[in-house]
Design a protein around this ligand. Structure first.
Ligand code: ASP
Length: 328
């Protein structure tokens, strides 16, 4: 029988209480496993619960801890695959961080739930079963870090939480294809894995490394530029701008952004619009304004990439960063 490692980190999948007033992350991992009797027939389970939190409280240090543990399990010959339970709120950040931080020589599958375990029609048990089926699929490791929810399998780099309460909240960023769908506990693979950066310096980032502060600032009518100065004074090494449209910088922000760049802060132009991305030279002259276009990344993904890149390569130039965000 294969062995799967279960790393439980909390979230609604381990939540209990009334549907819209429950507490996330209160149930032990063994309770999640016991809720799905088929799981014991599929695999032997090696269970660990390094922390149990509502994922709104997830910290960048947790990404590094999880990546370090996954790397250990990847070389442990007694483990065949890794399943991680997590809250949905920041799952796209953790999934993207793990996509950048680990190579999958064995399957790595994250899963979550929108309804607490105590709810009528809780979605966690089936999502967990589907995560196990995916982690046992011989093709899963070729797809990099994966996420299963609502019978869909999604590449970690393509994940977006796109609904506040429905059980199909975890979806692909528009324009990306599902990695696969699960039917009768079997993955029907559909789309090849997205290109990985595979930067050795990122793969070497270890637990405990201090990640630099990177803030996300959202543009809107009348958005005030003094927040830019505040972030720089507070120690930000990077700013991700969730701008309007195709990454247009408000006229009022330009002087403060010039000050930020003079202070050595890297500035990424992303969009508050969830589809289409922000591409170099579109709507702004990135060379002239000293910005980096986010490429296909959402603001939250751009922040993860910028934090990890600045930690792994502290002297990285703006042009090399631009190449990481919009690879050819
Ligand atoms: N607040 C919860 C969490 O992210 C939401 C969920 O898991 O669906 O932990």
């Amino acid at each position: 029988m294969p062995t799967l490692a279960l790393i439980a980190t909390g979230g609604t999948i381990a939540g209990s209480g009334p549907q819209h007033h429950y507490t996330a992350g209160v149930l032990d991992a063994s309770v999640l496993l016991a809720a799905v009797p088929e799981l014991a027939a599929l695999a032997a389970w090696q269970v660990e619960q390094p922390f149990s939190i509502d994922s709104r409280d997830m910290q960048p240090a947790h990404w590094l801890d999880l990546a370090a543990r996954i790397r250990q399990l990847q070389v442990d010959p007694s483990v065949d695959g890794i399943v991680i339970t997590h809250g949905t709120d920041t799952l796209e950040e953790t999934a993207f961080a793990l996509h950048l931080l680990v190579e999958t020589t064995k399957p790595v599958v994250l899963t979550a739930a929108m309804r607490p375990a105590s709810a009528r029609s809780a979605d966690g048990p089936l999502n967990l079963l589907h995560a196990a089926c995916t982690a046992l699929d011989p093709l899963a490791a070729l797809h990099g870090v994966l996420v299963t929810a609502d019978a869909s399998v999604i590449h970690a780099a393509d994940l977006l939480k796109a609904h506040t309460h429905k059980t199909d909240a975890l979806r692909c960023i528009e324009g990306r294809g599902l990695a696969g769908q699960i039917m009768a506990d079997t993955v029907r693979w559909q789309t090849a894995a997205p290109q990985r950066l595979g930067l050795p310096e990122l793969l070497a980032l270890s637990a405990g490394v201090q990640l630099p502060r990177v803030d996300v600032l959202s543009a809107h009518a009348g958005a005030s530029a003094d927040l830019i100065d505040f972030c720089v004074t507070a120690g930000a090494r990077g700013l991700v701008l969730a701008l309007t449209g195709h990454g247009s910088i408000p006229a009022d922000w330009r002087t403060a952004l010039d000050r930020a760049r003079s202070a050595g802060v890297q500035v990424v132009r992303a969009s508050r619009i969830s589809a289409g991305g922000v591409w170099p030279g579109c709507n702004e002259d990135d060379e002239a304004c000293g910005c980096i276009a986010a490429g296909p990344h959402t603001p939250q993904q751009a922040r993860v990439l910028l934090m990890l890149a600045l930690a792994a390569l502290p002297d990285i130039t703006r042009s090399r960063l631009a190449g990481l965000f919009s690879p050819d």
